[in-house]
Design a protein around this ligand. Structure first.
Ligand SMILES: *[C@@H]1O[C@H](CO)[C@@H](O)[C@H](O)[C@H]1NC(C)=O
Ligand SMILES: *[C@@H]1O[C@H](CO)[C@@H](O)[C@H](O)[C@H]1NC(C)=O
Ligand SMILES: *[C@@H]1O[C@H](CO)[C@@H](O)[C@H](O)[C@H]1NC(C)=O
Length: 810
């Protein structure tokens, strides 16, 4: 059965490729191969899988084997409460691998894993443990597990089985077969002879198969989508084993060593779809896990791994340095480059592949009379797949719509094609109504990290469309490249390449810029989806004008986040940022209308690229109307700021001004004309230390606002790097070149000073906290500069790397 199926699949796949001919076909094949394997389970310290729904997953977990209580603190899923001096990638790229270190203060050991890949689809993991001083005689048990899911697949032992486990020096070799991967080998080596396997006396073990000096194993059959529970499964197996031993040996006088009691019992002869292999080390150790595909010509061996590690590091360094030309004053000291590289590597290390169903409530109406929290009742939809990075591997290991656009800003400078792959994956999730869930909780593994009341998504709720920022940035990058090549026409006339089949995409990470035909094809693919999404926003987040007798420039362009409560506006992404105290249908939100403006601009640019001039003209008009309405509806001359609008107790229109991030949005998202006189007021607000300027970044709410640092204080003072990036970017936009010359001289100088100092404050404080703690944080305190809330937040805080690349002054 198996043997017949495999060639059939290959045949179907290759004929589809033949249809999808030309450059697009050969590019798609190349990117699929390049990104097939990766550390795509970022919620685990070590988790390797391919970008395929049901396939071969791998991981590691480890613990202190001298102490029976250590079962409660197994190192498997990233946990910010463990006493680590940080953990994460020193360098990493899903295309070729990288090196990760987990600095474990409590166990007194640093575990490092080098992950390497070859062009023909092989990979290897070199695992090393280096105990700290004083911990050399402790025992670490480390378990490699692998599970092969999907129909008609199998994974078995090529080295047979041994009842007492495998002796030191002997590798375990598995061979496997699946429809998508074909045939492959998996070697779990025992490492060099310098490894010391835990030795105990015979009197310290109850059974001969419980010697920790041996490599132990166990296999099981578990349903698909369950292998991630492997540590729970191991715990149950252990309990069973100990119970049996207790019955059998209740009269013994032997005192078993804890490490012996932790052993897997070498059962089931490698029959099953989940396999575990366990080793016990004292002192320094090293071993490899090597995956070789049956079809590959050059196999990875333990001997070839050091060369691959060196090559991987060099490739990353070169690619990073090309992408991020770090500017003064951060180019003078290697501490800055190391910080930048590791931070960026960890952003890439947050990229995961998710597959599964999610919970959606399509029926419950939002409660827009009492604004009470409604209880959503979800039904499962899907399965869907998503390729995305995540805000934080410890705390938010899944896709977030509003974070993702910020993740992709630095990524776009590094690898255009990976960025587009992620964008496409998100945009493919846009449903027929034009909606995307703002939080992607796909499959049981992802759901296990989310409290039940937050699992269900509602198609009435929006979130800031940040990914449009990235798409617009990409288009201007493409245009720049085109201008520098001296093309005089649009992108519709790509370079003619006759034999696309011969194109080699190896070592290219900006194929969409080099070959405009690819960008065109891509844009054509996503344009209809984006139109749906855009229209969904305009329809579902529309604000009221006529009903409240408002007469701005345009009688259409006004917006209100739907789904806020008395205390929170979760859809806006700025959760507890102050809004009008009483929610009302009359409310109009200045951040949202600004997002709509930038979204419209991006739609216009894509329409232009595709030569859809009627669409482009339509979007241009909307963009213009939005900008006029921002002025007419949201500018408060009394407050000298842009503000939300709603009605007061007498049902009259009133501004609700809380100076801070929300008041900056027309500026941040470039919805003000360069000659707008309010730019001066905005710049004064930003640069005033009594309001928004702090030694560590721009704070979220003005020090002068009565609600400053009140309540949850989530968005009511702390410094957030995503918004600070937008501040720097907007300062550049408005205060340089021709635009800058439209400002009066003192305002332009203020912009320059603010920009220069702000950039230094942000980079230095982030680096300082990282040096001390090993982590980047979700936000920073505006008085002390200390990082707070989630740790290992190398999501949008990683924008600090983009800041280092910005020019030192304007
Ligand atoms: C100046 O503003 C215009 C829009 O009016 C914009 O297209 C341009 O990119 C801005 N210049 C800079 C240097 O950002
Ligand atoms: C901006 O400030 C820096 C010094 O802080 C100065 O060297 C530079 O000339 C200023 N730029 C302009 C355009 O004034
Ligand atoms: C973060 O950096 C600031 C100085 O920039 C320092 O005062 C603070 O102690 C640091 N916080 C931590 C947790 O290291």
């Amino acid at each position: 059965m198996l043997l017949i199926l495999v060639p059939l699949v290959l045949f179907v796949v290759s004929s589809v490729c033949a249809l999808e001919n030309g450059i697009v076909g050969s590019y798609n094949k190349a990117i699929k191969e390049s990104l097939l394997w990766g550390a795509y389970r970022p919620n685990a310290y070590v988790g390797i899988r391919p970008r395929l729904p049901h396939s071969l997953i791998s991981g590691l977990f480890w613990f202190n084997a001298d102490d029976m209580n250590s079962m409660n603190s197994i190192r498997h899923y990233c946990d910010q409460n463990l006493d680590f001096q940080g953990f994460g990638w020193e360098h990493y790229d899903p295309r070729f691998g990288g090196c990760q270190v987990m600095r474990d203060n409590e166990l007194g050991i640093d575990i490092s894993t080098d992950f390497v890949k070859t062009d023909d689809g092989n990979w290897a993991l070199r695992v090393r443990g280096t105990p700290r001083k004083g911990y050399e005689t402790k025992t670490i048990s480390i378990i490699y597990y692998t599970s092969l899911e999907g129909p008609n697949s199998m994974l078995a032992s090529a080295t047979g089985y041994k009842d007492e486990g495998f002796p030191p020096g002997q590798s375990i070799k598995l061979f496997g077969q699946s429809m998508e991967l074909g045939g492959f080998d998996l070697d779990i080596t025992d490492g060099p002879s310098t490894n010391v396997h835990k030795r105990i006396k015979k009197s310290q073990m109850l059974e001969p198969d419980m010697n920790p000096r041996m490599t132990h194993y166990m296999s099981l059959n578990v349903p698909d989508d369950n292998a991630w529970k492997v540590t729970d499964i191991y715990g149950v197996l252990l309990q069973d084993s100990i119970k049996q031993l207790a019955e059998k040996h209740h009269q013994t006088s032997r005192t078993p060593d804890p490490s012996s009691l932790f052993t897997l019992r070498n059962l089931n002869h490698f029959e099953g779809n989940l396999h575990m292999v366990q080793k016990f080390f004292t002192g320094e150790f090293e071993f490899d896990i090597i995956y070789n595909s049956g079809e590959s010509e050059t196999k990875i061996t333990s001997e070839s791994i050091p060369g691959l590690i060196k090559e991987t590091r060099k490739k990353f360094d070169d690619k990073f340095e090309t992408a991020f030309d770090i500017q003064e004053p951060f180019n003078s000291d290697t501490k800055y480059t190391t910080f930048a590289k590791e931070t960026f590597a960890n952003l890439l290390g947050g990229i995961g592949y998710y597959y599964g169903d999610h919970l959606v409530d399509r029926h419950s109406e939002l409660n827009e009379e009492t604004y009470d929290q409604i209880k959503l009742d979800g039904t499962l939809e899907g399965p869907f797949e998503l390729f995305t990075s995540c805000p934080s591997r410890t705390f938010f290991p899944r896709g977030f719509y509003w974070d993702e656009g910020f993740h992709l800003i630095p990524m776009l400078d590094y690898d255009v094609d990976i960025t587009l792959e992620i964008l496409k994956s998100w945009f493919d999730l846009i449903d027929d109504d034009g909606w995307i869930a703002r939080e992607q909780i796909l499959g049981p593994e992802a759901r296990s990290k989310v409290p039940e009341e937050f699992q269900v998504q509602s198609p009435k709720i929006a979130n800031p469309p940040t990914m449009m920022l990235v798409f617009a940035k990409l288009l201007s990058k493409a245009k720049e490249a085109q201008d520098s090549r001296g093309f005089d026409s649009g992108l519709e006339e790509p370079e003619q390449v006759l034999e696309y089949g011969d194109l080699d995409f190896k070592d290219i990470s900006d194929a969409h810029i080099k070959y405009p035909e690819l960008l065109l094809d891509y844009s054509e693919h996503i344009y209809p989806k984006l139109q749906l999404h855009y229209n969904w926003f305009r329809k579902t987040q529309k604000g009221e004008l006529d009903e409240f007798d408002r007469k701005p420039y345009s009688n259409i362009e006004a917006y209100r986040w739907s789904g806020r409560s008395y205390t929170h506006c979760l859809p806006s992404g700025l959760d507890d940022y102050p809004r009008a105290p009483v929610p009302d249908l009359a409310e109009l939100n200045v951040d949202l209308i600004s997002w709509m403006g930038i979204m419209t601009r991006a739609m216009k640019e894509i329409a232009q690229l595709l030569g859809k001039s009627e669409d482009a003209a339509k979007y241009q008009k909307i963009e213009h109307d939005i900008q006029q309405n921002i002025e007419d509806l949201h500018w408060s001359e009394d407050d000298k700021a842009y503000c939300d609008v709603s009605v007061n107790k007498h049902d009259d229109d009133a501004f609700f001004c809380f100076k801070g991030y929300v008041s900056l949005f027309p500026f941040l998202l470039k919805q003000m004309a360069p000659e707008n006189p309010h730019l001066k007021d905005i710049l004064e607000l930003i640069s005033d230390p009594e309001q928004l300027f702090s030694p560590y970044g721009i704070r979220s709410l003005s020090k002068e606002d009565p609600l400053y640092k009140t309540g949850e204080n989530y968005w009511r003072s702390p410094i957030w790097y995503n918004i600070n990036y937008l501040v720097l970017d907007a300062l550049r936009y408005y205060a340089t070149g021709e635009n800058g010359s439209k400002l009066d001289e003192s305002t332009r100088q203020l912009a320059n000073e603010t920009y220069t100092q702000l950039r230094i404050n942000l980079v230095d404080n982030c680096l300082d906290n990282w040096s001390k703690t090993g982590y980047l944080f979700e936000q920073y305190d505006d008085v002390t500069g200390s990082g707070q809330r989630s740790k290992h937040f190398t999501g949008w805080t990683a924008l600090v790397v983009s800041m280092m690349k910005m020019p030192p002054t304007l």
